[in-house]
Design a protein around this ligand. Structure first.
Ligand code: 1GP
Length: 252
């Protein structure tokens, strides 16, 4: 089964899946194994690895370490061209479709594609949309693009439909790491109703209740990064997982 198929079956079984973002700069090699093990046991359905910046030189090693300590898919969520590793299960092959910066629409992809192909790394075509969140986020600054206004779900929908027609496999709506406010439920509801592309929602999700609302609005996956870095204990991760697994028949 491909990582994409595994993710979809998790979504189908549990109503929505819980993905934890690990920023390679924010967790040390000492912390990583125990965090990954406890998060897996607490109900995380997958790990995303990536960040807007990268100071570490051990990206590949970190992916290996994460893989060694979990059974769930480990997917690269690349913040730059330097974040590619054959040790991951897959990579979100991102096109920053909310922006109009050609480097993030096709330039970087052309540079990365031959390497990804040669590695035999599963690439999951993902339309990446930055949603306005009140502050200038790292991803907005680094990508030199404007986010989609949060009160314009119709604009987000037009992007989602374009992604669907192009044939993308996921849509990632991101308010940006550490955002003041997360992606609005009204936007998630509209896109999940009118587009068939599964939605990944992240950025600024801080409580299990907020995560549950994203899943109830139609998110196929909800991502937390900052909050799980700050509170990396089993209890909070289990609360997030239980809140997001809105379709689970029996709660773990
Ligand atoms: C950012 O969606 C992720 O790209 C996670 O955001 O760090 O705010 O949880 P947070």
């Amino acid at each position: 089964m491909t990582a994409y198929e595994r993710l979809l079956s998790i979504r189908n079984e549990r109503g929505a899946g819980y993905l934890i973002l690990i920023d390679p700069d924010k967790m040390s090699a000492e912390q990583l194994p125990s965090f990954v093990r406890l998060a897996t046991e607490a109900g995380a359905d997958g790990f995303l690895v990536g960040g807007s910046l990268m100071h570490t030189t051990a990206f590949d090693e970190q992916i290996k370490l994460i893989k060694r300590n979990t059974t769930v898919p480990v997917v690269i969520f690349p913040g730059s061209l330097m974040q590619v590793s054959s040790n991951a299960d897959a990579i979100f092959f991102l096109l920053l479709i909310s922006g109009r910066n050609p480097e993030h629409l096709i330039g970087n992809q052309v540079i990365a594609a031959p390497v990804v192909k040669k590695m035999g790394l599963e690439a999951i075509s993902t339309g990446y949309m930055i949603i306005e969140s009140g502050v200038t986020t790292s991803v907005e600054f680094m990508s030199n693009t404007k986010p989609i206004p949060r009160n314009k779900p119709d604009i987000a929908l037009a992007h989602a439909l374009a992604a669907e027609i192009i044939g993308m496999k996921f849509l990632y709506l991101d308010a940006g790491s550490g955002a003041d406010v997360s992606v609005p439920e009204a936007m998630i509801r509209l896109l999940s109703k009118k587009s068939s592309v599964p939605l990944i929602i992240g950025g600024g999700v801080r409580t299990p209740d907020e995560a549950r609302k994203k899943a109830a609005a139609g998110a196929s996956f909800v991502v937390t990064g900052t909050i799980t870095e700050e509170n990396s204990h089993r209890g909070i991760i289990k609360e997030f997982a239980d809140a997001i697994h809105i379709g689970a028949k029996v709660k773990a």
